[in-house]
Design a protein around this ligand. Structure first.
Ligand code: NZQ
Ligand code: ZN
Length: 384
């Protein structure tokens, strides 16, 4: 196992009727900005619960944050923070709202060009404190220090990480997920599943406990996650929600290598075509596993055996069956795994993505730094 330091400062409050608890979790007397998206929280009662809990706090609102939040759209939020001397930001929504708030919290304390945070020119050292009320499980953003922000001009989807933007707390009331359309639940399951894959399917380093923890999350997502798409049973939604948090709260990545190439490639597909994050992963991941099957051989065989019960046939047959099991899993969620299933142009997109990665200097990605733009193009061409 590789050396590691594990520190996750986010307090997770999971359970029914837990939103009122935010009142005690935000430092009293803080001037608060409540940030949210396009109004789902107004329809499902989350907004009312939050505003009631914030009664007595000086509060302003910043709403209309888009899925795949746009830099240009967040700049007015930054002005509001400065104007009202906001001391705490509360995000209510899914990964997009939470990521937007992380970026706002960091940009508020940075005097330079706020885009520097996303180019890596500035590495975030401090941020305003934030908290979240999660309404869409999947990204894990409620308990990590990552944020992904898009830009319209020039077209981009970039991420940053900083320990300073871990939420102080996240409230996970599984009942808030009852209003989600099925395809968003499916997205959450597919995204969380891929997060576990990116941390598990690399090469063995003796991280046996990490493997077993990851396998527990896989099994839960395959069992409870798939059921969650069809069912609003509270226990199923609670298990799904917690599994998504554990998939990317940094625990599974301790002591083991990470891949993350599917995510890097997927972000470019979203930037170019606006495709939902999870759906980009379903296109990229199976094809990437095929391309990388030699360097991932041992973990692919273990994954096939322990998760999918694939134990007979030659090694290469078992690996192919395992990758097909992943495709079948995405399809069981109603998520396509080929460009053709999305009406995307498979002739031009692979090269465009490869060129975009090249121009960003992302020329050697994956756990072995051996995925070049040429390889990315091959991976995407094979997913036509
Ligand atoms: O705009 P609102 O009203 O919030 O509606 C949202 C949005 O339309 C809706 N929604 C959320 N909760 C709901 C609900 N509708 C009904 N009932 C509810 N309870 O769902 C739609 C999608 O929301 P969004 O936040 O965009 O989805 P998701 O959570 O999948 O977030 C995607 C973003 O997260 C990034 C992605 O790249 C993408 O930008 N990611 C962030 C990560 C992180 N910070 O660690 C890791 C991930 O790999 C991912 O990259
Ligand atoms: Zn993801």
């Amino acid at each position: 196992m590789q050396n590691f330091v594990f520190h996750n400062p986010t307090r997770i409050v999971l359970g029914r009727h837990t939103i009122p608890k935010l009142r005690k979790l935000i430092p009293s007397g803080s001037r608060v900005m409540l940030a949210y998206g396009h109004g789902s929280i107004k329809q499902n009662g989350v907004y009312d619960q939050i505003t009631q809990a914030l009664n007595g706090f000086e509060t302003i609102e910043f709403s209309g944050i888009d899925p795949n939040p746009k830099y240009e759209q967040l700049l007015p939020g930054l002005e509001l923070i400065q104007k009202h001397r906001i001391q705490f930001i509360l995000a209510a929504g899914g990964g997009s709202v939470i990521d937007a708030v992380k970026w706002l919290a960091a940009a508020a304390l940075y005097e330079g060009d706020p885009w520097d945070i996303l180019t890596g020119q500035y590495s975030v050292k401090e941020a305003l404190p934030i908290g979240t009320v999660l309404t869409l499980p999947g990204t894990g953003s409620e308990a990590n220090g990552n944020a992904v922000i898009s830009r319209i001009e020039p077209l981009a989807k970039r991420s940053f990480y900083s320990p300073a933007v871990f939420p102080r707390f996240s409230i996970l009331d599984p009942e808030t997920t009852f209003s989600l359309p099925k395809h968003q639940i499916a997205n959450g399951v597919a995204d969380a599943f891929t997060h576990v894959v990116e941390q598990y399917l690399t090469y063995p380093v003796g991280g046996h406990l990490q493997d077993r923890l990851a396998e527990a999350v896989f099994h839960t997502l395959i069992e409870q996650g798939v059921q969650a798409v069809e069912s609003t049973d509270y226990e199923i939604r609670a298990n799904f929600m917690w599994a998504c948090t554990l998939a990317l709260n940094t625990l599974l990545s301790m002591g083991v290598p990470g891949d993350w190439a599917s995510h890097q490639i997927g972000h470019e597909l979203t930037a170019l075509h606006g495709l939902d994050h999870a759906r980009t992963l379903a296109i990229v991941l199976p094809s990437l596993l095929r391309e990388q099957k030699d360097s991932k051989r041992e973990k692919l065989l273990q994954f096939g055996d322990r998760i999918w019960g694939i134990r007979s046939g030659s090694e290469s047959e078992r690996i192919e069956q395992t990758i097909q099991a992943v495709e079948k899993f995405f399809r069981s969620l109603g998520i396509g795994v080929r460009f053709s299933e999305y009406d995307l142009d498979a002739r031009t997109t692979p090269q465009e993505v490869a060129n975009r990665l090249r121009s960003q200097g992302s020329t050697a990605i994956g756990e072995h730094n051996d995925i070049t733009p040429d390889k990315v193009q091959r991976i995407l061409e094979a997913a036509a």
